[in-house]
Structures are given as structure tokens and as C-alpha cells.
Design a protein around this ligand. Sequence first.
Ligand code: FES
Length: 165
Amino acid sequence: MLIKKIVLPSDDNRWKLINATMKRHGYQPNSLIETLHTVQETFGYLDEVSLKFVAFALKVPLSSVYGVATFYNFFNLKPQGKHSCVVCLGTACYIKGTNEIAERIKQEYKLQMGKTTEDGQLSLLSARCLGACGIAPAVVIDGEVHGNITTEQTIDTLRSLTNDN
Ligand code: FES
């Protein structure tokens, strides 16, 4: 059987976690839902890059991947907000205080997990592991992983983003 070479979209460790799920299932198309769960647990949501990557690796038409991603309401498509913050609530991060970070963001922006502020400035999401446990606690702000971050640093970064524009 011809084995297709899987090229990860970037050197972000999160892609390795997603690839590991697909590999564990022999890149079988019927691992689509489980793979999308891993994407969401890793990135906090499903965006176009991840959906295309999964479609290619599992040899499933992109339209079918979109179909599954939009059919089940437990999948979040790319957040609506201009800015996004994904807080890792995996064990390594949780014990180092990411729950407190998440609570502060909720208070500061009067926001629920998985939601976007009314002004559309910020979406708050959670992940179960970003593949960056060595730098826990970690959050992802506008796609960039920030490790060893404190609650204050997170809030300051978000304020500067959401106040600027
Ligand atoms: S638990 Fe947060 S990066 Fe792994």
C-alpha cells in the first residue's frame, strides 16, 4: 500500500498530537470524528487549516469534513471574535493555575467559555492539551502559544489587544 507522506501544517507541536490520533487509527476515514475531537481539544476550535489537513490525511472530501464539523454542535468552528484566547485546561496546566486564568478572563469580559463578547472583540475557548506541557501554564492568544504565563500577564495581553481596536 502506498503510504502518503503527511506534512504537518507548521512546527507547532499541536499538529503532532492531531497526527498521532490519525496515525493510531491507520489514517482510516472512519477516525474522522475522533480526529476532529482531538483538533478541538488541542486548538479549542476547528479552522480551515485544520479541516483541510485532516481531510487530506484521512482522504476524506473536504466537503464531508465540513459537513461533520457543522452537523455536531459539540464542535466549534473558528471563533467569531476579532481576537481569541484558548486556555489550556489539561492536567499539567490546570495544576499550575489555568483555571484561575480562565475565571479572571470570564469576570473581566463577562464571558462564558466557548463564547464571544458582545462587541465581537474576544472569544474565549478551552483546550485539553496544547502539546506544550513543559511550559505550563499555557494559553494561546490569537494563535500564538504563550507558556509560563501568569493571570496578570494574560489579562494585560488581552487588554492591550482588545483596547487597541
Ligand atoms: S496540559 Fe496544557 S499544554 Fe499540555
